[in-house]
Design a protein around this ligand. Structure first.
Ligand code: PFF
Length: 448
């Protein structure tokens, strides 16, 4: 482990990077559509409660393991372990998370590639390249391969530069752009006919649905995906935070940003759908539910944009750039998990490790692109519905049952000297020990 690790140079840098990982397609696309199909504001309400009461404690467990270990996910877990059995368990959890991150990246980069091609399309149309513009939004094999490779190239480019010059610098640039773009788009959509109806649909809670098991399960799954749990990402980001920082507040700030951006994305997408309806676009599926999934992003919204004439080209550009940025700040975190492991455990130079791992994941992505009809769903289900909850649950088990309470306390106390007397310390250890593993286990069991 003779390699210098680097780390975040500032608190703001960490917040932007961790929020960048958390805020992704899951917030801007997943959250609004889940809200639409789960009783509108009732889902938002449940999501807010679960994100803070269940996802945040699990998120803290991962950050703390990483900051204590000051190393990649596997080494950090093994540092806590006290005997061979525990060390093996630590290896399985840490390495499982790394594999999970790599699998997520393999399909996420395909979808992100689509976002990039949809972002370039309005520019091509504006410049008069109609044929090229049509090609960009036509889901052909060549286009899919080229744009997946382009997106992966960008991810590799950033991760090769390391923590401070790569992850931190780019997150600090991209995240404020993302928030600015999101707010501008919301303001614009609100000036259009039909948006008020969407606003009401989004914010009027159907309280009777709050305790529906399906709604609770979807909200918890969404919260875990959104905070990038169970993927080794938050362990590795935790390992780059200075010991003087107060992790309890930093973790809460990142959770708050993640939840707020998901909420804001709902304020954009749902009203935009109703604006599309006012312009004659069908927004309800045959069973009466709001259209969601890829039809929403690649059919309903583009139909809305094209109905706006020339302005629509700019709005489409803004929207798909927003999606691409959100995806990029998440994908870099997914690549950092495996890269940090190889760099630190196998003494490989960062540039070389990044390129090799990035290319290996790209090969898997291309395989998925070639077998898009079954493989995309398969890898997504395997990694997000099985991998993430299992690994996140095991991380809580590790922090709650294997890590000594006094050692956990001395780790949290660094940067937060009075934490022993805080509400956090009264509640969190019990949560990670009992409540979080049980709740995640329930979600997992139900999703089977
Ligand atoms: N949190 C990201 C999103 O909401 O889109 C997805 C994600 C990022 C999942 C990083 C897993 C991960 F390791």
């Amino acid at each position: 482990m003779g390699v210098s690790r680097g780390g975040f140079s500032s608190r703001f840098g960490f917040i932007m990077a961790a929020a960048g990982s958390a805020v992704g397609l899951g917030n801007i696309w997943g959250f609004p559509t889940q809200t639409a199909s789960n009783g509108g504001a009732a889902f938002v309400l449940v999501y807010l409660v679960l994100a803070f009461c269940l996802a945040y404690p699990a998120f803290m467990a991962e950050l703390l393991i990483g900051r204590y270990g000051q190393a990649n996910a596997v080494s950090s877990m093994q540092k806590i372990a006290r005997n061979t059995g525990q060390k093996r368990f630590g290896f399985v959890v840490g390495f499982g998370g790394i594999i999970c991150a790599a699998l997520i990246l393999s399909f996420y980069s395909i979808i992100a590639g689509w976002m990039m091609s949809y972002a370039i399309e309005p520019l091509a149309r504006l410049a008069g390249f109609t044929g090229e513009a049509d090609w960009l939004i036509n889901h052909s094999l060549t286009r899919n391969i080229i744009f997946t490779a382009l997106f992966m190239g960008l991810t590799i480019f950033i991760i090769r530069r390391g923590v401070e010059e790569g992850i931190e610098k780019w997150s600090k640039r991209l995240m404020p752009m993302l928030i600015g773009l999101l707010i501008l788009l919301i303001i614009y959509v609100f000036t259009l006919d039909g948006s008020r109806e969407g606003f009401n649909a989004y914010l009027n809670p159907d309280i009777s649905r709050v305790f529906e098991p399906d709604l609770l399960i979807s909200a918890l799954g969404q919260a875990f995906f959104s905070l990038s749990l169970g993927t080794s990402v938050m362990i590795i980001y935790g390992s780059y935070i200075a010991k003087k920082e107060n992790l309890v507040t930093l973790g809460a700030q990142v959770t708050l940003i993640d939840v707020s951006i998901a909420f804001l994305a709902g304020l954009l997408i749902i009203p935009a759908m109703y604006v599309a309806q006012a312009q004659g676009v069908a927004i309800f599926a045959e069973d009466g539910s709001l259209i969601s999934g890829s039809n929403l992003v690649f059919t309903v919204l583009p139909a809305l944009f094209s109905g706006m004439g020339k302005v629509g080209l700019f709005v489409a550009f803004g929207f798909f750039v927003l999606m691409s940025i959100a995806a990029l700040t998440s994908s870099i975190s997914m690549l950092e998990g495996p890269v940090s492991f190889v760099v630190e455990r196998h003494d490989t130079p960062r540039e070389k490790a990044t390129t090799l791992i990035g290319l290996a994941i790209l090969v898997l992505s291309i395989l998925i692109v070639i077998n898009l009809d079954w493989m995309l769903d398969f890898v997504a289900t395997l990694s997000t519905q099985y991998g993430q909850p299992i690994i996140a649950m095991l991380c809580c088990v590790f922090a709650g049952w294997i890590w000594h309470r006094s050692d956990v306390l001395s780790e949290i106390k660094q940067g937060n000297i009075d934490v022993e007397h805080s509400l956090f310390w009264k509640v969190w250890p019990w949560y990670t020990k009992f409540i979080c593993p049980t709740a995640i286990g329930l979600v997992f069991w139900h999703s089977l």
